[in-house]
Design a protein around this ligand. Structure first.
Ligand SMILES: Cc1ncc(COP(=O)(O)O)c(C=O)c1O
Length: 344
């Protein structure tokens, strides 16, 4: 049988031999004492890439979002987010539990505009939860890897600024957005108070995310990193993987995007599956499943043939391309899913 291929997420990648080499030879120190030279280099590189004064290495994207939002809010305040934003849907209620913040979800596909911000805003009146932060997710995971054009970001940031709000960017896949829109990460990040980016998604590092911000905000974020248990000791072994990933795996994201498009094109028109290749902007393919088929049943059928995919809802499948799936793997996945859908 052909080897198993895994389209559940771009987080399933394994470090390449060259990345393992970089990990093995990393110079390290105790990062809680601020003494890890490899972590310092990574933080400097990310601050430079994103155009901020400072950056901080953290274990996960969840922690990056949560400590950034914790630094921007006070308990009882409200954060505006797009539909199904990761910091709301997939972070175990941390915003409510740890920041004590309330969320208001804006309608749409995860993207929204300045008018929606103005409409949702609540001022600091005694009986309201004042809206103090807006969070943008670029690319938007549950929105199918959708990219925010810079003009749409400007519209949202202008509305937020006029209302005295801060702005957070969940850029777990900002690298994908940059490649897909041929716009630098620095341009896409401009104007946000805090930015989180992940090294462990499409870039292929085994762990690690960053928060980037002004020096003053990073000082607060650093304190929350410690409070949330994210201070790591010889973290340079992970930072080395991040440095390697940033240097060698950014440009190749274009291959993942092209592969996702091929997957969608091959699946378009298959009975029981609804997918629009024109909506595949980056490395995520969302597929609607029509009855009597169900997404979990198709996941099981594909799994039996060595192709792992996800059911996001009972009627929606998600396939994500990454470093460890090439064009041939995508073609095989499309064939296996087509057979499963036809025989369901
Ligand atoms: C958009 C987005 N933000 C944040 C995260 C959280 O990252 P982590 O899994 O490293 O906590 C994810 C994870 O998939 C994500 O898709």
């Amino acid at each position: 049988m052909a080897p198993e291929i895994d389209f559940r997420s771009d987080t399933v990648t394994r470090p390449t031999a060259a990345m393992r080499q970089a990990i093995a030879s990393a110079e390290v120190g105790d990062d809680v004492y601020g003494e890890d030279p490899t972590v310092r280099r990574l933080e400097e590189m990310v601050a430079e890439l994103l155009g901020t004064e400072a950056a901080l290495f953290v274990p996960s994207g969840t922690m990056a979002n949560q400590i950034a939002l914790r630094a921007l809010t006070r308990p009882g305040e409200e954060v505006l987010i797009g539909k199904d934003a990761h910091c709301w849907l997939h972070e175990s209620g941390a915003l409510a539990a740890l920041a004590g913040a309330q969320t208001q979800v804006l309608p749409g596909d995860g993207r929204f505009d300045g008018a929606a911000v103005r409409e949702a805003y609540k001022p600091a009146i005694s009986y309201l939860s004042p809206t103090t932060v807006v969070a943008v997710e670029n690319t938007h995971n549950m929105g199918g890897g959708a990219v925010w054009p810079r003009a749409a970001i400007d519209d949202v940031l202008a509305a937020a600024r006029a209302l005295g709000m801060a702005a957070h960017l969940d850029g777990a896949r900002l690298w994908n957005a940059a490649v897909a829109s041929a716009t630098s990460e620095r341009v896409l990040a401009a104007g946000f108070d805090t930015i989180s980016v992940c090294l462990s998604k499409g870039l292929g590092a085994p762990a690690g995310s960053m928060v980037a911000a002004s020096r003053e905000v990073i000082t607060r974020v650093h304190r929350f990193r410690k409070m949330y248990g994210g201070g790591m000791r010889q973290a340079g072994v992970l930072a080395a993987a991040g440095l390697y990933a940033l240097t060698h795996h950014r440009e190749r994201l274009a291959d993942d995007h092209a592969n996702a498009r091929v997957l969608a094109e091959r699946l378009a028109g298959v009975p029981g599956l609804e997918v629009d290749p024109d909506r595949v902007e980056t490395n995520i393919v969302m597929i609607e499943v029509t009855p009597p088929r169900s997404a979990p049943a198709l996941v099981a059928a594909c799994g039996e043939r060595g192709v792992r995919i996800s059911a996001i809802t009972p009627r929606r499948l998600r396939l994500v391309t990454h470093l460890d799936v090439d064009r041939a793997a995508c073609e095989r996945a499309a064939d296996v899913l087509t057979t499963a859908a036809r025989s369901a």
